[in-house]
Design a protein around this ligand. Structure first.
Ligand SMILES: [Cu+2]
Length: 159
């Protein structure tokens, strides 16, 4: 009876293991360049952020063009004070076209997860700074409205 109880415990532990494992594996949260994005400027680096700290030695990033040619990347490193981010500088030249980022990322248990995403380098795409420029222009508009209001308050005194 004691033996039976013990094997039950072992069995339960074995069944619980894969579930615990799957929950502990890295999941990609954020990528730069972003998945399915179009960019006018060739990215200087690839940055992938996951939901948990990574084991760098078991993690990889590769970059290939539409013809499966491998683009040179610098040694993979972790983000600055950020063990959840993988960063690889792009050292090879990028011609316009579609690129595939393939990644392998392992967390604390060393089981590598894999995934891939694509982006397009297109010189005709809207520049990345477009939205920032628009914000600036909006700020400019607010300023103009403010000055006009002051001007409006002055005019009754003048008349
Ligand atoms: Cu695992």
């Amino acid at each position: 009876m004691l033996l039976h109880a013990r094997s039950l415990v072992v069995l339960t532990a074995l069944l619980a293991l894969p579930l615990h494992d799957a929950a502990a594996h890295p999941r990609l949260l954020k990528a730069a360049p972003a998945a399915d994005s179009r960019t006018a400027v060739a990215p200087k680096e690839i940055s992938l952020t996951f939901n948990e700290p990574l084991t760098l030695a078991l993690s990889r990033i590769t970059l290939t063009d539409a013809t499966q040619r491998v683009i040179m990347l610098d040694t993979l490193r972790a983000g600055l004070d950020d063990a959840k981010t993988l960063v690889a500088q792009v050292t090879g030249a990028l011609a316009p076209g579609r690129y595939t980022i393939k990644w392998q990322a392992a967390g604390a248990d060393g089981h590598p997860m894999r995934g891939e995403l694509t982006f397009v380098l297109d010189p005709a795409a809207a520049p990345a700074g477009a939205s920032a420029a628009r914000t600036h222009r909006q700020h400019g508009d607010v300023h103009t409205v403010g000055a006009g209001t002051k001007e409006g308050r002055k005019s009754p005194l003048r008349s």
